[in-house]
Write a protein of this length. Structure first.
Lengths: 309, 353
């Protein structure tokens, strides 16, 4: 009798511990999602939110870091009397926009290259792999400085194609896209290689499906879960990369703030006022963690093995 | 190109002549299929039996041209509907796949696209090959599902593979293979991944459909019991070669090849007293990179003599029609009987001691 009861209890306990063990991963991802929604929402609607000041608005009494973090200036004020909170929110705009558009470009280009390499193999694969290896071999900072510098020079000559002319935002997106292509290509290639050996792809061939159908209907949809998780992890990496560029002075031009720029801006005054540096750091940190948590959660959900990121 | 295929052309449906299929590896050429020839008439069924690694799966995929092209070495000829399809391009093969030849795969768990609804997967060949409009294709898909014995076909169309059991999925695979009315169906161990209770149903289904549609069938399996009741003819493969081929009844009553006999002795039979020890075949299948010089089965054969180890036996006709075998000392020959006597005596001595 007692044995039975013990057993039942043990099973119940086992179940609860298992549930408990599974929870933290999901909880982190949900918190991350909540944070991203909050930040994303505020960044998009910053102009209409009553509690967000303009990012360039200078408040006379707040000059020289006069206001500490509190109810008036939530994150304190900076040297010119601007609201650090507002600047963080507007910074999110540029940082997120740049990171997301870069990862989208990376996914498109890397996806096509990886799909081609993994499916057609042979010469295509060799060509694509060489290009990817070359991209990975370049020191990223050197590429960044090179491209931003060249595009700056181009921009000064007044160069433009139709409505487009190279601005710093474009330079940054181009640099970050270029950097994200190679790792994504590698992952997509590996996934495609293994997918195209799967029985259902052979089965599709055996009923006469053509290449386009196999790529678009059999392989591509099965790549999507992996791609989503790669995208989230990739955005996190790109956010930090943008910060690095800003730190070196190669990111988006003043006065438009980005998180990297904000972190760098008041850094020399860190002894007098910690808030204008620490709060953007915190924003960047939390956002990066959120993206990573969500990316990991999705990867675990779809059982994606990250090969090269 | 598919216009060159004529369904009413006289002659056998499929003629495979001296087909070799190998893979170039670092160790050398792996001869997975080593000189196989056979003929399959319209509406007839052939069971291909062999141990794992005997090349039976590669044989069926090689005939269909489904093997990945890299490192593949293929020679010999495959004539289908009187046309040599050995050197057809993938594009030409696409005109044959689905419409003329179709395959049911071993593992229904992995041979359906997990992200596509059943309805789309069944109706896809109809839309692609027969150019059916979506609605008609769906209706036909529903009818196909009903044909293969799936209940609530209408609801199944909207379900995903993970919502179906293994047996159901294999039925779906069969429906997909049958969709465009192929004249030739390959079934590659269609029941291996299934529950024993479902196996018989699936085999009966395949056979019924074959009869109704007058298809030819090649049923690949490692289980003699599976082919026994479901095919007109049986071909036994060993180390990439055909070692015996005969109409089913003939094979079971007058088998010539000690390997076939060994296979037979390794499956339990109802008329044996219980607790009869099943005989296993000692040793392993030979290395396909460096196959033995003589008969490939010689190293494992209890009846092998020096000649078996030196000279390779070719397929020769037996007395009964349609029966071929490759053995120097077949079952019933004086040498066979002599060895058999010796073995039996040793067995008796062993059990007496």
């Amino acid at each position: 009798m007692t044995v039975t009861i013990d057993l039942e209890q043990a099973i119940a306990e086992e179940a609860t511990t298992r549930r408990r063990r599974r929870r933290p991963g999901s909880l982190g991802a949900w918190l991350g999602a909540a944070w991203l929604l909050l930040i994303g929402g505020m960044a998009v609607f910053a102009d209409y939110l009553p509690f967000v000041r303009g990012y360039a608005q200078q408040v006379p009494y707040a000059r020289n870091f006069a206001v500490h973090p509190g109810s008036d200036f939530w994150f304190g004020s900076d040297q010119l009397g601007r609201d650090v909170f507002a600047r963080c929110i507007y910074g999110a705009r540029v940082s997120l926009l740049v990171a997301i558009s870069s990862i989208l470009v990376g996914l498109t280009v890397g996806g096509v290259l990886g799909l081609a390499a993994g499916y057609f193999r042979g010469k295509t694969d060799r060509g694509v792999s060489i290009v990817a290896d070359c991209l990975l071999a370049f020191p990223p900072v050197v590429i960044a400085i090179l491209i931003v510098g060249r595009l700056d020079a181009l921009s000064e000559t007044g160069f433009s194609v139709l409505w487009w002319h190279p601005t710093r935002t474009w330079s940054v997106v181009i640099v970050l896209s270029l950097l994200s292509i190679a790792p994504i290509t590698r992952i997509v290639r590996a996934q495609t290689l293994s997918l195209s050996q799967r029985e259902f792809v052979v089965a599709a061939r055996s009923i006469g499906a053509n290449r386009r159908r196999i790529l678009l209907r059999e392989i591509l949809p099965n790549l999507v879960p992996a791609m989503i998780s790669v995208a989230f992890t990739g955005i996190a990496i790109l956010l930090v990369a943008e910060g690095t560029l800003a730190f070196l002075g190669y990111s988006v031009k003043v006065p438009t703030p980005t998180w990297g720029y904000l972190i760098n801006e008041s850094r020399p005054k860190l002894r007098d006022a910690w808030w204008p540096t620490i709060f953007p750091c915190l924003m960047l940190f939390l956002t990066v963690v959120s993206f990573n948590l969500i990316g990991d959660r999705i990867a675990r959900h779809f059982d994606v093995k990250e090969a090269a990121l | 190109m598919s216009a060159s295929l004529d369904r009413s052309a006289p002659g056998p449906l499929l003629v495979v002549d001296d087909l070799h299929t190998g893979f170039q590896t670092e160790r050398g050429l792996v001869r997975a299929v080593d000189g196989v020839s056979f003929t399959l008439e319209r509406g007839r069924s052939l069971g291909v039996v062999g141990e794992s690694g005997s090349g039976k799966t590669i044989l069926s995929r090689s005939i269909m041209g489904l093997l990945p092209g890299r490192n593949l070495v293929r020679s010999g000829s495959v004539r289908f509907e009187g046309v040599d399809i050995t050197h057809f391009s993938p594009k030409q093969m696409r005109g044959i796949w689905g419409k003329e030849m179709a395959m049911v795969f071993q593992d229904p768990m992995s041979s359906l696209n997990p992200l596509m609804r059943i309805g789309n997967q069944v109706s896809e060949p109809l839309r692609v090959h027969l150019g059916m409009p979506d609605k008609l294709a769906m209706a036909t898909a529903e009818k196909l599902l009903r044909d293969v014995g799936i209940s609530e076909a209408q609801r199944r169309l909207r379900q995903y593979p993970h919502e179906l059991s293994g047996g159901m999925r294999q039925r779906v695979m069969i429906a997909i293979a049958l969709a465009c009315g192929p004249t030739m169906l390959f079934a590659d161990e269609p029941t291996t991944a299934l529950d024993v209770t479902v196996q018989a149903q699936i085999l009966a289904l395949i056979n019924d459909q074959r009869r109704d549609r007058n298809m030819s069938l090649i049923l690949v399996t490692h289980d003699l019991g599976v082919v026994a009741g479901h095919t007109d003819e049986i071909a036994v493969m060993y180390a990439g070669r055909l070692v015996e081929q005969a109409p089913t009844r003939t094979l079971f009553t007058q088998m010539k090849m000690p390997y076939t006999q060994a296979l037979m002795e390794s499956i339990p039979k109802l008329d044996q007293p219980s607790h009869t020890r099943l005989r296993t075949i000692p040793g392993r299948p030979p290395d396909l990179v460096n196959p033995p010089r003589g008969c490939p089965f010689a190293p494992r054969c209890a009846f092998a003599r020096d000649r078996c180890r030196e000279e390779r036996p070719e397929l020769i006709d037996a007395t009964s029609p349609g029966h071929r075998f490759a053995c120097w000392y077949p079952v019933g020959s004086p040498e066979y009987l002599e060895t058999k006597q010796r073995i039996d005596a040793a067995d008796a001595a062993g059990s007496a001691a």
